[in-house]
Write a protein that binds this ligand. Structure first.
Ligand code: GLU
Length: 416
């Protein structure tokens, strides 16, 4: 089933807007994309052939500050996907109260098919093509799927070369040696652990005794899995694109990380009482906490009734469709929505941005404790709202951010 990601994202605002009686003008305004750029990126391949890739940068909103959002390299990148993910960023930054807007960019490319040199040239030419859209006071990029601190270093260098001076604040998620923030790489995972610990305390669950299933073993999934294991939780299943691995006794995540580093697939690992598992089987595995930390639309109308967990913590952006949301609500599953659950990343990106502007760098303790304060306070806000208005945490999160954006829109007024 094909789900248009942009239509799906707008539906979440409709639901929140109805709850808070948002005026129709503001609703239309908040759903629209501010600007979008499509670029062609010609690349001379190592074998001398020419390939042309399509790239995008989208500003959904700069109402509350410069655009902020990641750069995704994936064969599935489309304009509508970029518009949807940019919109999500606007609501994420507004929810946390950060003085930033929402944007997203990317290239339709399979990075597994490119050499290092090709990847670097592609990134530099892409940066050149979108150079008028980005800048520390315009729109700040960051890593997303299949991009990392190395990609950000190339983007920062290309931007700086063009401007004639070093401008670190154009991207976040950079290597620490060139203006990155300590704790940024692990931040989405670290934030998810803080939220899960807080929620379990609130619901009187003992996190140490809970079973956890994780879809995704990338920047988010592997960090959460490792931290949960360190906290003596039982991660009973974990997967990647090609499938995963299950053990009722709990998996040894450090060993699996080493296994992956050696170039193996998770499903090929043979441990004591382990068995391979498909992504479909993984999502319907009975557990206490399910963490989708891979791609969009994994939990949808046809598999939502098979989800068998108490808490669903959304590590990926938009892993659950609106139709699935209704089914999960009926099943009384507590869904911690993406715009809060994985927002440790954007939160520490914001810290990196202000550290760059001040040329003063924080210690890890300060990064993590300031992030924790923002995430827990935000959680409390949406929890109280959801109780007061008898609604889901997702609708509460969208209602709070929609209110904040509508207020900014009203205060600024329209130009001209
Ligand atoms: N790509 C991440 C996200 O979707 C981080 C974006 C950022 O730090 O700007 O939240």
């Amino acid at each position: 089933m094909i789900i248009n990601p942009y239509e799906s994202a707008k539906k979440k605002i409709d639901i929140a807007a109805e709850l808070i009686n948002l005026n129709p003008n503001s609703l239309e305004y908040l759903k629209k994309t501010e600007r979008a750029l499509i670029v062609s990126i010609p690349l001379m391949m190592d074998d001398g052939s020419l390939e042309i890739f399509e790239g995008f940068r989208v500003h959904h909103s700069t109402l509350r500050g410069p655009g902020k959002g990641g750069i995704r390299y994936s064969p599935f990148v489309t304009l509508d996907m970029m518009k949807a993910l940019a919109l999500l960023m606007t609501f994420k930054t507004a929810l946390l109260g950060l003085p930033l807007g929402g944007s997203k960019g990317g290239i339709r490319v399979d990075t597994k098919k490119l050499s290092n040199k090709e990847l670097e040239t592609l990134t530099r030419r892409y940066t050149m093509e979108i150079i008028n859209m980005i800048g520390p006071d315009k729109d700040i990029a960051a890593p997303d799927m299949y991009t990392d601190s190395r990609t950000m270093a190339w983007m920062m260098d290309t931007y700086s070369m063009q401007k004639g001076r070093t401008i670190t604040g154009v991207v976040t998620g950079k290597p620490i040696e060139i203006g990155g923030s300590i704790g940024r790489d692990e931040a989405p995972g670290t934030g998810m652990i803080y939220l899960l610990q807080h929620l379990c305390q609130k619901l009187n669950y003992n996190l140490d005794k809970m079973s956890v299933v994780i879809q995704g073993f990338g920047k988010v999934g592997s960090v959460v899995a490792k931290q949960l294991c360190n906290n003596s939780c039982n991660v009973i299943a974990i997967s990647e694109e090609e499938g995963g691995i299950y053990s009722p006794d709990g998996l040894d995540i450090d060993t699996l990380i080493k296994w992956k580093k050696q170039g193996n697939l998770l499903k090929e690992y043979e441990g004591k009482n382990t068995s391979p598992i498909t992504n479909d089987e993984l999502l319907s595995t009975k557990c206490d906490v399910l963490i989708p930390a891979a791609v969009e639309n994994q939990i949808y109308s046809r598999n939502a009734d098979k989800i068998d967990c108490k808490i669903l913590l959304e590590g990926a952006n938009s892993p659950t469709t609106s139709q699935a949301d209704k089914i999960l609500e009926e099943k009384e599953i507590v869904v911690v929505p993406d715009i809060l659950a994985n927002s440790g990343g954007i939160c520490v990106s914001y810290f990196e941005y202000i550290q760059d502007l001040q040329s003063y760098f924080w210690k890890l303790d300060r990064v993590n404790s300031e992030m924790k304060t923002i995430l827990i306070n935000t959680f409390e806000d949406i929890y109280k709202f959801s109780k007061k208005r008898d609604t889901s945490l997702r609708t509460a999160a969208y209602a709070i951010s929609t209110n904040r954006l509508a207020k900014a829109h009203e205060l600024r007024g329209l130009f001209p």
